[in-house]
Design a protein around this ligand. Sequence first.
Ligand code: BES
Ligand code: ZN
Ligand code: ZN
Length: 502
Amino acid sequence: MNSELFSDDLSTLDVDLLAFTVQGYADSWSDALQKMDQALDGLLTTVATEEEFEGKPETSVVLHTHGRVAASRIALVGVGEASTPLTSVRNHAASASALADRLRLKSVCVVLAGGGEDSRTLRFALEGAALGIYRFNAHRTRDVKEASVERIVLALETESGLRSVSAETLEHAQTLAKASSEAIALARDLVNEGPRTATPQRLADVARQIAEEEGLECIVHEIEAIQERKMELLLAVNAGSDLDARLIHLTYRPENVTPDTPALAFVGKGLTFDAGGYNIKPTGAIDDMKIDMAGGAVVLGAMKAISVFAPDCVVHGIVPSTENLINGSAMKLGDIYTGQNGKTVEIRNTDAEGRLILADGLCYANEQGIDEVFTLATLTGACVVALGPYTAGIFSNKDAMRDSVLSAAERVGEDAWPLPLNKKMKRMLKSDVADLKNVGERWGGAITAALFLEEFVDETDWTHIDLAGPSYLSTSVESHISKGGTGWGVLTLLEYAADRSS
Ligand code: BES
Ligand code: ZN
Ligand code: ZN
């Protein structure tokens, strides 16, 4: 998609659709919109009144200009109350590009509130324009509609008119937006794909391709290597599957690494289908369990864009990947396995498998000489009960790191909320026969899952992100976030890494 910035007289701009985002009645319209209304002799206010258009989200009014201005159509796109002004441009641009796409148009200009940081406003707007027309068509054979929009024009409105920025600023925003929106699309695609094709091997192939395209290092540990490393917890989950597990490891190294260069690791749960094992999930709970590799998909997405964001820190992307199924060799209740760090775990629920594969993933990350480690996982239904479908739960053994992660998430507009690693609940993980058991008690399941993971973290600072809610939506409520896989977390990880290096 081509993009440009326009800062001249809007009535001279030749596009298929000129979209104004609107938050209320005509008396609250922006200067640029009022000016356009005047150029059309009040046609816009008349139509808005006739259509009872109040600027509510998901509503729009489109009219043909019949040559009275250069644009062939004008749209008023309702966006409702803005949440945070900077990140809302993403949603607004997405509403406009989605509308142009619905109308099967090729070029669209979106007029946005253009205050705030130049480069960020532009980047977020361009991300939104791209994500607003995201769709997953890989398995459709009928009525496949490719996105129609080829050209996006941004106009940034301030109190003193439309703003221009330096060519450098625009180019920087375009580069970042292209990388981040493609990274999010990759994470969404992988989550949407389904377990028949999104297998551990497929995730490994995608990682290899990312490494090749982006100049990263890539090691895929196949089953023999996993056995040699005695990753019994990953192997225990894998035992019930006909497909061999993989441990995927991508590494980004900035130029001129010194001993002081910080090193981060993102460890993502790559569980390509979670049937629950012998604690099998019932209908309703099992239906969407293709999404259980969303943590891994987000790590792969972030690694796809990392060399463009180019943080000054080493970043490891680690994805332990397997299915959780049933066969004659599958793990059983009462089985005891030893994690790579020597701790023994009694299996008390085969459906609490994510923490098992992440435990071995964490032990592997510990060997990489890292300063900070993240775990990202669709880990517990309990986290969705606690925070709802849009917000990820954030746990950390270091307050400062947790605050930086929350702040990074807020800056990029991904909803996140802190949850406590309550030490009193550690007793719930005590086993009669081993060092640990893999489940706690009924209440606080997201917390006991996080406390289990903490047992496998070394001296490093660690943040755990439970994204069981926001990684997959059954209803889209914002134009830039599609139904299905969302890619929640890609932006937060990239933002955190960039921030960590500065
Ligand atoms: N993959 C699930 C968690 C999940 C639930 C993800 C809903 C996305 C949506 C995880 O492996 C799981 O089954 N967790 C159990 C833990 C329990 C057995 C302690 C859960 O949440 O019920
Ligand atoms: Zn499970
Ligand atoms: Zn799971």
